[in-house]
Every structure is written in structure tokens, then in C-alpha cells.
Design a protein around this ligand. Structure first.
Ligand SMILES: O=C(O)c1cc(=O)[nH]c(=O)n1[C@@H]1O[C@H](COP(=O)(O)O)[C@@H](O)[C@H]1O
Length: 233
């Protein structure tokens, strides 16, 4: 079974993206296309990434605007039939609901607090207290507005699961295998920790795509997750 991993295909050009996609697709459930590729290539990149790869598509555009504009944007990309589409939860209830209504066949995933932000960075933008408090507040707001998926760091997954129940898909970037470079991620955990905490889908980019052999890196993390699952059950 493909591992519950969304590989972030954050490449500067389409040829590299296609190479990464075909290398990792046999090992993972999902491929994620984000702003870097979508803003350069638009729907063409979605067709390329899907190509012959049997994977779900995660379109990570992190929409954040007034409700009417987000509705229009969500409608524009809904025809690409992504499994997931991200919006920023801080856009508020009406904006999230507008996205949900505009893309009924897509799971709108509300990004709570970016995994690159630590407590000090949050305070600098006016959010006081632990990141987990803001994550919880935004998660409840997003689910009440109809979002069926949430993006948070692995550090908040266990408490969010208790808060929102089993039916909401919990997606965690900020995943770093032991010893991997953290880069710009602040709130991180290993793949095994994220899974044990209750994440449904782990977003992993550079630890896979920047490895000497991305296919082997994806396979190795997938195998580690299967071992962790077998030990836990
Ligand atoms: O929405 C996301 O996917 C996302 C939310 C978030 O809070 N943090 C975050 O890193 N991401 C995305 O997850 C991916 C993480 O990539 P790596 O840091 O290379 O593993 C990037 O494509 C980010 O855009």
C-alpha cells in the first residue's frame, strides 16, 4: 500500500518536477503541487504531475482573500479535480465556507498556523501564547465553516484529533526524519512521531526531493512508517 505521504514537488521547472513525480509516485499516496510550480505553469503542471502516476493530487495554493475572490479561485481550479485544496484559516469563516461551496468535490484543507512559525514569530504578527492555542482556535473555526481537512504541525496533531474527531483529515508538514536538516521549518517531528500522533497524511518535500535518489528516500520513509505501524498494533 502506498505510504500516507504527500511529496511536496517544489521544483523550479517542469522537467525536474516530472522526474521527481515519477520517481516517488510508486511509493506514496499523494503528490503536492504548490505555488512555485502552479504560478509558473498553471494547469499544465497538474496534467504533467498526474501523467501516468497513479496518485492523488494535492493543490496547495493557500488561498487567502475576500470570500467572493476565494470562491472564484476555488471554482477555477475545482475543474482540475484536486483531492485537496488549501486555504489559510485566518481568512475567516465566510472565506472558508465560500471555498467549500465552490469546490464540492475537493477537500478544502485549512492551514492553521504555518509550520515555519515559532512562538516568537507569531508574537511578532500579534498572536500571543503557544502556537497550539492558535492552531486549536483556527481548526475549530475552519471545521465549523465546513473544512474537512486541516493542516498543522505534527506537534499539534494529537490535541487536534481529540478536538475535531476521526472524520477530519489531519495533514502535517514540518516532517523531518531524524538527522535531516530542518531548513525553514520551526515546529517539526519525525515521520514516525507524526503518524503515531494521529496524522492522516504527512507532507514531506526536501528530505525526499533533495535526496540523491528521491525514489529510494520516499521508499525508505514509507518502510519506516509501515514498521512503526506494525510495532504499534
Ligand atoms: O500547506 C502546506 O502544505 C504547508 C503548510 C505549512 O504550514 N507548512 C508547510 O511547510 N507547508 C508546505 O509543505 C511543504 C514542506 O516542504 P519541506 O519543508 O521541504 O518538507 C512545502 O511545500 C510547504 O509549502
Amino acid at each position: 500500500m502506498a505510504a500516507p505521504i504527500a511529496v511536496a514537488i517544489d521544483a523550479p521547472e517542469i522537467e525536474t518536477a516530472a522526474r521527481w513525480a515519477s520517481a516517488v509516485a510508486p511509493h506514496v499516496s499523494t503528490l503536492k503541487v504548490g505555488l512555485e510550480l502552479y504560478l509558473r505553469y498553471g494547469p499544465e503542471i497538474v496534467a504533467t504531475i498526474r501523467g501516468a502516476n497513479k496518485v492523488e493530487l494535492f493543490l496547495d495554493l493557500k488561498l487567502h482573500d475576500i470570500p467572493a475572490t476565494v470562491a472564484g479561485a476555488a471554482r477555477a481550479v475545482a475543474r482540475l479535480r484536486p483531492r485537496f485544496l488549501t486555504v489559510h484559516a485566518t481568512g475567516g469563516s465566510d472565506m472558508i465556507r465560500a471555498a467549500v461551496e465552490a469546490a464540492p468535490d475537493t477537500r478544502i484543507a485549512a492551514v492553521t498556523v504555518l509550520t515555519s512559525l515559532d512562538e516568537a514569530a507569531l508574537e511578532a504578527v500579534g498572536v500571543r501564547g503557544p502556537a497550539s492555542d492558535a492552531v486549536r482556535r483556527l481548526a475549530v473555526l475552519a471545521v465549523d465553516a465546513g473544512a474537512r481537512a486541516l493542516v498543522c504541525s505534527p506537534q499539534e496533531v494529537a490535541s487536534l484529533r481529540a478536538e475535531v474527531g476521526p472524520d477530519i483529515t489531519l495533514i502535517t508538514p514540518g516532517v523531518r526524519p531524524a538527522g535531516a536538516e530542518r531548513g525553514d521549518q520551526a515546529r517539526v517531528a519525525t515521520p514516525e512521531e507524526a503518524l503515531a500522533a494521529g496524522a492522516d497524511l504527512l507532507v514531506i518535500g526536501r528530505p525526499i526531493t533533495r535526496a540523491p535518489d528521491p525514489g529510494a528516500a520516499a521508499a525508505a520513509i514509507g518502510a519506516a512508517l509501515r514498521r512503526a505501524r506494525a510495532t504499534a498494533s
